[in-house]
Design a protein around this ligand. Structure first.
Ligand code: HEM
Length: 422
């Protein structure tokens, strides 16, 4: 199939409401016609599981120095004045986090917080996550008991992850809700279809979050608490290994990455269950078996990944799928397409909660592999396990689901559910 047709299909899936509502037929078509092609967005597109994994793992690839050359292209297309474009890139260039850095800076920043996210540290949080979840389910049962449908995005999918990461980091309860809008505005920078207003909004949201964390850090310096933010400050004070800017950008990254994606694991996962009643019944039958719940969460992550696109810059000349790639070129990995690659998963278009074929690509791969993967999995397991235990019947409410207008971070704006308490 000609590269032009594949490019048109890619643009459809990224930029139209229909494409974003169900990108999977488009992914399948693109993936089965080309392992790799060059898009009009300025990057190479990688479509299959093994090739995506190689791009994310091989040292020939890394993070770009100007954050995202495709964003530059986007800006050129929108006709933004040169001066504003330069300011914009300078602004984000100065705000690096582990997510945008290469070794050795990446190794140092990640090493400083990795301890807080090891599987055993995270597992110790399970009872507390269960109790936070149960509190939210009590409130949902009350609304649902009055025969009203409950918007699960508002009552559970957002408040649970924000409470978990908020407590871990030490963001006071009253301050947490404002971050949903700020993080949404700031993460528009990750979306391939964002426009100039989105980019300006992203910058303004970033400034607000920095001001917030500057003040919170000043308070914690005065009165350290038993939280991750105080630990980060202690590291920076102790051996001068973290600058104030690094503490701020790490706190913002952890907080934002900690809830925005996990919200979408809960929303996309529950929506998948509601549209597959036989699989929902199957999970209900084995909800007391932690291994069955673990496998189910892996499958929900594969089926409709909260992160659909990832990417790298070529640092050293190399080949992918037989194509020579030169330093400086951009590569976009289609994680959502990789997760349904029939070379990797048997019968990939069917949701099979008993599947046990290894991890999907939803948390990325290589040195930037999601630091919060164990925490996100734990939250997913608790959430689906407790929902099925507490409610003997769940079905999609009349208003139906609404997708957000994003694709890199894929999720729902609304998920109304009718609930019958057990
Ligand atoms: C289902 C939920 C989640 C998904 C699907 C997800 C997905 C991802 C992906 C794909 C990456 C790799 C980005 C890249 O390759 O450039 C990543 C990185 C990261 N994630 Fe997550 N994430 C989730 C939850 C979390 C949580 C709960 C945290 C909490 C702290 C977190 C923190 C991070 C951090 C700090 C990084 C950067 C790691 C690095 O650059 O070394 N994530 N995540």
């Amino acid at each position: 199939m000609a590269a032009l047709d594949l490019d048109a299909e890619l643009v459809t899936l990224l930029a139209t409401p229909e494409g974003r509502a169900d990108p999977y037929p488009h992914y399948a078509h693109i993936r089965e016609n080309a392992a790799l092609f060059r898009s009009s967005m300025g990057s190479w597109i990688v479509t299959r599981f093994d090739d995506c994994q190689r791009v994310l793992r091989a040292p020939h690839f890394g993070k770009g120095s100007d954050q995202d050359a495709t964003a530059r292209l986007r800006i050129a297309r929108w006709g933004i004045p040169d001066k504003e474009a330069d300011d914009f890139f300078e602004f984000f260039e100065r705000r690096q986090s582990m997510l945008t850095l290469n070794p050795p800076d990446h190794t140092r920043l990640r090493g400083l917080v990795a301890r807080a996210f090891t599987p055993s540290t995270v597992e110790a949080l399970r009872p507390h996550v269960v109790s936070l979840c149960d509190g939210l389910l009590d409130a949902m049962a009350e609304i649902g008991g009055n025969r009203q449908s409950v918007d699960v995005m508002r009552e559970l999918a957002f408040p649970l992850p924000v409470a978990v990461i908020g407590e871990l980091l030490g963001v006071p309860v009253a301050d947490r809700t404002q971050f949903q809008a700020l993080v949404r505005a700031a993460t528009r920078i990750l979306e391939p279809t964002s426009d100039v207003e989105d980019l300006r909004g992203a910058r303004a949201a970033r400034v607000s979050m920095e001001q917030y964390f500057e003040e919170l850090i000043a308070e914690r310096r005065q009165r350290p608490a038993d939280d991750l933010l105080s630990e980060l400050i202690a590291v920076s004070d102790g051996s001068d290994r973290l600058t104030q800017d690094e503490v701020i950008s790490t706190a913002i990254l952890l907080f934002a990455a900690g809830f925005e994606t996990t919200t979408n694991l809960i929303g996309n996962g529950l929506s998948a269950l509601l549209s597959h009643p036989a699989e929902l019944a199957r999970l209900r039958g084995s909800v007391d078996d932690p291994e069955a719940v673990r496998r189910a969460v892996e499958e929900l992550l594969r089926w409709d990944s909260p992160v659909q696109l990832d990417g790298r810059v070529v640092l050293r000349a190399t080949e992918v799928a037989g194509q020579h790639l030169a330093p400086g070129e951009q590569v976009m990995t289609l994680l959502g397409a990789a997760n349904r690659d029939p070379r990797r998963f048997r019968d990939p278009e069917s949701l099979d909660l008993g599947r046990d074929e290894g991890a999907p690509m939803s948390f990325g791969s290589g040195i930037h592999y999601c630091l919060g993967a164990a925490l996100a999995r734990l939250e997913g397991q608790v959430c689906f396990g407790r929902l099925l235990t507490r409610f003997k019947n769940m079905q999609l409410g009349e208003a139906g689901i609404a997708h957000r207008d994003t694709i890199t971070l894929r999720g729902l704006a609304r998920l109304p559910v009718e609930l019958t308490p057990a």
